[in-house]
Design a binder for this molecule. Structure first.
Ligand code: NAD
Length: 247
């Protein structure tokens, strides 16, 4: 229970990797604010799972691409738990398409949620973290942000942008005891990947040295490590959780 009594916000914590992160942190003694955009039932399910296991959690609706929503999210976290020690920027969407056919609206939507959302949430929690001179931010990027991917120019740009944003923030906040790191998952079994056609899924499998799809829990354990004092000397790093896909 190295994280006992800490408070975390996990964006997009209603399902998939975000839910696994929320549960993993809660199991380490963290009080978790589960953010969601639209599906309150899913977020409440995550909260129930945490409470059933004896943890503390609330669900808060906020679209991370909207500054007013993000301010409300942080306000609710502070009202309920009094501080924020950990921010996990996990919320993300895809709007795939080849460059020539990619609509401007699909570019804007992916950049707004996946990159601007990280900026807004980081900015909103940073005031308190700077004041308390401690904090941990873990941003969920993707191996696609490192290697690129045909049909995902918007997503790859946003995920690469997260890496630059994280390193800049890590440098800016280091002297104030705040660490910022990035987890870059490979191919993880969630709603996001289940919609891919079987042919595409099989093609991706061929590119994974460990020969299997990853589980949300395998990403969550790495996030917990980066959120804990066990990683006290690590900041500004990108850690791939990808079965060897990126090497
Ligand atoms: P998912 O679609 O299951 O979950 C995404 C979550 O983000 C959902 O809870 C959704 O409601 C939330 N969300 C979307 N837009 C939001 C907004 N504007 N405001 C607040 N919440 C919002 O996907 P997932 O696979 O669990 O993905 C989680 C993160 O991991 C994403 O950032 C994704 O890009 C990243 N990732 C996933 C994979 C993978 O293979 N699944 C690989 C690399 C990176």
């Amino acid at each position: 229970m190295v994280l006992n009594e800490s408070v975390a916000i996990v964006t997009g914590g209603g399902r998939g990797i975000g839910r696994a992160i929320a549960l993993e942190l809660a199991a380490a003694g963290v009080k978790v604010v589960v953010n969601y955009a639209g599906r309150s039932d899913k977020a409440e399910e995550t909260v129930s799972l945490i409470r059933q296991a004896g943890g503390e959690s609330i669900a808060v609706q906020a679209d991370v691409s909207q500054a007013a929503d993000v301010d409300h999210l942080v306000q609710m976290a502070l009202e309920h738990f009094g501080k924020i020690d950990i921010l996990v920027n996990n919320a993300g969407i895809t709007r795939d398409g080849l460059m020539l056919r990619m609509k401007e609206a699909d570019w804007d939507a992916v950049l707004a949620t996946n990159l601007k959302g990280v900026f807004l949430c980081t900015k909103a929690v940073s005031k308190g973290m700077l004041k308390q001179r401690s904090g941990v931010i873990v941003n969920i990027s993707s191996v696609v942000g490192l290697s690129g991917n045909a049909g995902q120019a918007n997503y790859a740009a946003a995920k690469a942008g997260i890496i630059g944003l994280s390193k800049a923030t890590a440098k800016e906040f280091a002297s104030r005891g705040i660490r910022v790191n990035v987890v870059a998952p490979g191919y993880i079994c969630t709603d996001m990947t289940e919609t891919l056609p079987e042919g595409v899924q099989n093609e991706i499998l061929q590119t994974i040295p460990l020969g299997r799809i990853g589980k949300p829990e395998e990403v969550a354990k790495v996030v917990r490590f980066l959120a804990s004092p066990e990683s006290a000397y690590i900041t500004g790093q990108v850690l791939c959780v990808d079965g060897g896909m990126e090497m």
